[in-house]
Design a binder for this molecule. Structure first.
Ligand code: HEM
Length: 136
């Protein structure tokens, strides 16, 4: 767990403002290419909401390591909202895959195998929690 936090924190430290912006754009563009249906769940093109959601995903990962009970409670509430938006179970995995692929694209060799493994491990745990709580 502590090792995952170190690797995830290390990854976040590499993200300058410019790279964060790039990461956000590439994540969503990969995601919408993989899952065109997801794009239509936003009523309009809404970069502010997507930016907030992106921060929400990062916070979910950090909470899952540092304060898992609070993290799970918040996730239950997000999942309930997202059930209402029409987000399916598969979309979470596709979003998480897009995020990890975008990290590799934006950071190149700086994104080490240890970092990737920490991101994948945490996202896989979060996916398990989502599956437990989603009604979709
Ligand atoms: C752990 C994963 C996720 C977390 C923590 C999360 C979190 C959030 C948060 C915090 C917002 C609100 C943004 C705001 O205040 O405007 C949001 C909005 C939204 N999310 Fe997610 N999200 C996740 C995954 C997904 C996935 C996979 C989809 C698939 C399409 C999705 C679709 C949406 C949509 C459509 C909205 C906007 C709803 C609206 O107000 O019209 N989210 N998300």
């Amino acid at each position: 767990m502590e090792r995952d936090l170190e690797q995830i924190d290390g990854t976040l430290q590499l993200l300058t403002d410019e790279k964060s912006e790039e990461l956000l754009n590439i994540t969503y563009s990969r995601f919408f290419q993989l899952c065109p249906d997801a794009e239509t769940l936003w009523e309009k093109d809404d970069p502010v909401s997507r930016g907030k959601m992106f921060n929400g995903v990062i916070l979910t990962i950090v909470d899952n390591i540092t304060r898992p009970q609070i993290g799970e409670n918040n996730l239950v509430s997000d999942v309930k909202d997202h059930d209402g938006y029409g987000v399916s179970n598969e979309m979470y995995q596709q979003f998480f895959d897009s995020l990890v692929d975008a990290l590799a694209e934006v950071l190149g060799d700086e994104f080490t195998a240890e970092m990737m493994s920490a991101w994948r491990g945490q996202l896989s745990q979060i996916k398990t929690l989502i599956h437990k709580h989603t009604e979709r």
